[in-house]
Design a protein around this ligand. Structure first.
Ligand code: ARG
Length: 722
């Protein structure tokens, strides 16, 4: 009896130590691939079967050679065949897909699969970068910065960066840049190879690729087939080259095999990609400012644009195709900021920050480098706070109207028009470059929504920005277009603007640019409006933002350094900055709230449950149910007989990671990361171990959509592991 009891106690003790070191509780971190060796023991413990050299090696092919940064960092993709085939998210390919769609050939709604290489569609302007190597240059830079103020410091970093980059790429076709980490506590050089001939190979219809739309966006449980497929093309020497019909598919150094073996809770997962930005060292003051001022300005401004666009997009397909991509971008971060605000409040992020700062202040006592930081920081915030929202109401609201953006482009013209004879050549040049972009621009220019956006964002600014910050043009508008209330006056003004402005249509613009005059420009209502707001901000208020940012960066740099001295565990990895990172973790369930448990995966059954015929977010393609009812699942069903659709892991990711490969312990592709979850929307500020999850589309669903739903034989090109 006693012995049994002892044994049980011993077992319990073992279990609790196992829990204390349970790897699934330590998954915060976006690690630099070059330094991943220091995580090796922990990764092994969590199940990883490869070595650091398999992840990052500059002498032989490694996983990093299969990872691409899309379009300068807005997303990630991965190479999955020896013919340069690329997987990424549907929402990452969205702009390319909408641009290639027409009402007659609507691949956004109908999907598209190229049957031959010749059918693959070049995407103008899209490019990818692959990392060749990285190098720690901190010790070559920091000593040069001693005693410099912020401005001189930035200039010095810039010139040293250019020098190192040049040295690193001389005699090659590569490009390089030096990137700042931890607000200037470290610097790394990155050498990239850039590929500019990228072609669309296929996409599911958006009813699959964007299933659940904005309703399900940022939320689990999820059923979105968020993938699209591209291919990298190169010249005959397998070197990056601009588009040419005779270019050939790229033979990569490395591509990812695809595993159909399936996953279960607890399995090791690694996400390898380009997270954009986190701000994990944000202060309590920053959190407060975001919750109270900045986030509401962003949310309310975007809300206006979204509602105005949606109304028009629902009317006809041409408008829908023209506005879809911008709509999706604005909607994505509209909901993001709503969620971030809510979850910062729910998870008491402000209090968490305060607690850490109290600890730091204690540590800083008597240390001249750190002692005064928070007093100085508070002063900087106090000086900036009254002006903090002004810029957001401009950039997210007033300047969000298309007509204003077009007027902005004409800003360079104004100084030239005082002497048209002398500046003839310059004027012609501006005219030509403006007209060159005009076609593209006016394609997505929608007059009825734009007019509403002008009137409503102006009203929002009027009601929310302190009166003493308003530009004189606001009072002028109220006087010249007086119609009772400010709301009515702004409507009248917007209407008149669209009747008369040179920028309200391509025809007007051409007419004006053929014979531009100074009066014609400065009296134009769109130009007057834009310029009034711009001049006011630049001459009176931008300095508050600039002063704040300078102080904020300097103090944050000292704070992060000090935190590292106080407790090295607090600064183990640097904030995301669009550089290549590894995040490792495990497949993991969670409980979003009392009595509710979320499973780690969803299946096709859930698609059928959410299905709403004719709905803009929850409709499904016709052949989906033919295949589903016939259980035509090919090799993609799980042991339970269902095709898995999405799964969650506790990997640490953020925007920019979208499209990143999710790899199993052996480095095989099991899914594509595509989102974060609602309960941890504050994750860019604080990683919450209880709630933060990474949402991924299961590779088996991706392949089912390609082969069964899409009828494409592309799967043959992959290296499948069963
Ligand atoms: N939330 C996703 C991300 O930022 C993007 C999802 C796009 N879908 C949408 N409904 N807007 O990675």
């Amino acid at each position: 009896m006693n012995r049994t009891k002892t044994l049980i106690l011993a077992l319990l003790a073992m279990a609790s130590t196992a829990f204390a070191t349970n790897p699934t509780t330590t998954d915060e971190g976006m690690w630099l691939p070059m330094l991943i060796g220091k995580n090796q023991a922990q990764m092994k413990k969590q199940g990883f079967k490869l070595t650091p050299q398999d992840i990052y090696d500059i002498n032989k092919a490694s996983l990093k050679d299969a990872i691409v940064m899309l379009g300068g960092g807005f997303c990630t993709g991965e190479i999955v065949s020896n013919k340069g085939l690329l997987f990424t998210n549907h929402h990452c390919g969205y702009d390319a897909i909408t641009t290639l769609s027409t009402p007659q050939d609507n691949i956004l709604d109908n999907g598209f699969w190229a049957k031959t290489n010749a059918e693959e569609r070049p995407v103008e302007g899209l490019f990818v970068d692959i990392l060749v190597r990285m190098e720690d240059v901190t010790n070559k830079i920091l000593p040069e910065l001693k005693g410099l103020d912020e401005k001189a410091r930035a200039a010095k970093v810039n010139s040293l960066g250019n020098e190192f980059s040049k040295k690193a790429t001389d005699g090659t076709t590569y490009n390089a840049s030096v990137r700042e980490f931890a607000k200037g506590n470290a610097y790394y050089l990155f050498v990239f190879e850039k590929f500019t001939d990228i072609r669309l190979v296929g996409t599911p219809p958006q009813s699959i690729g964007k299933f659940g739309g904005d309703t399900d966006n940022w939320e689990w449980p999820r059923h979105t087939g968020d993938f699209s497929v591209f291919r990298i093309y190169v010249n005959k020497e397998n070197k990056a080259a601009d588009y040419a019909a005779e270019n050939v598919p790229y033979t990569p150094k490395k591509f990812l095999p695809v595993s159909l073996k399936g996953i279960k809770a607890g399995d090791f997962t690694m996400v390898f990609g380009f997270p954009g930005r986190t701000n994990r060292y944000e202060t309590s003051m920053g959190v407060k400012l975001a919750i109270e001022k900045v986030n509401p300005a962003i949310i309310n401004s975007r809300d206006i644009r979204l509602k105005a666009w949606k109304e028009e997009m629902d009317k006809d397909v041409v408008t829908k195709l023209a506005l879809s991509s911008e709509y999706a971008n604005i909607a994505n971060y509209w909901k993001y900021f709503i969620g971030q605000t809510q979850q910062m409040q729910r998870l008491k992020v402000y209090d968490q920050k305060l607690a850490l700062e109290a600890q730091f202040k204690d540590f800083a006592k008597g240390k001249p480098a750190y002692e005064g930081i928070f007093d100085e920081w508070q002063k900087a915030y106090t000086a900036y706070e009254p002006y903090a929202a002004h810029q957001s109401y401009l950039s997210q609201g007033i300047f969000g109207a298309n007509v204003v953006q077009m007027a902005l482009g004409a800003g360079a013209l104004e100084p030239m028009l005082s002497d048209t004879a002398k500046n003839k050549a310059m004027i012609a040049q501006i005219r030509n470059s403006t007209l060159k972009n005009a076609d593209e621009f006016y394609k997505s220019f929608n007059l009825p929504s734009d007019q509403k956006i002008v009137a409503q964002t102006l009203l929002l600014f009027y009601n929310n920005v302190p009166k003493d910050q308003h530009p004189p043009v606001v009072a002028e508008i109220l006087k010249e277009f007086s119609a009772g209330t400010p709301e009515e006056s702004f409507k009248k003004f917007a209407q008149e603007m669209y009747f008369t402005s040179h920028f309200a249509s391509k025809a007007n613009l051409v007419k004006f640019l053929n014979n531009p005059t100074a009066d014609g420009l400065t009296n134009d209502l769109a130009y007057r409006y834009f310029n009034g707001f711009r001049k006011n901000y630049v001459s009176k208020f931008s300095k508050f933002a600039a002063d704040f940012q300078t102080a904020d960066k300097r103090l944050a740099r000292a704070y992060i350094k000090g935190l590292g001295e106080m407790n090295p565990d607090l600064v183990k990895y640097p904030d995301a900055n669009s550089t290549l990172r590894v995040s490792y973790g495990n497949v993991q369930t969670y409980a979003p709230r009392d009595a509710v448990h979320y499973d780690h995966k969803t299946t096709m059954k859930g698609l059928a449950e959410k299905y709403k015929p004719g709905d803009s977010e929850f409709d499904l393609p016709k052949n989906f149910f033919d295949l589903y009812n016939a259980k035509d699942f090919g090799q993609y069903a799980d042991k339970d007989g269902q095709v898995p659709v999405a799964f969650i892991t506790n990997n640490d990711i953020t925007g920019g990671n979208s499209g990143s490969p999710v790899l199993n312990a052996k480095g095989e592709l099991i899914g594509l990361a595509f989102d974060g979850n609602w309960e941890a929307m504050s994750g860019d500020i604080v990683f919450d171990k209880t709630y933060k999850r990474c949402i991924n589309v299961d590779i088996r669903y991706v392949l089912w959509c390609i082969e069964k739903l899409g009828g494409s034989d592309l799967v043959k090109e992959l290296q499948i592991v069963k």
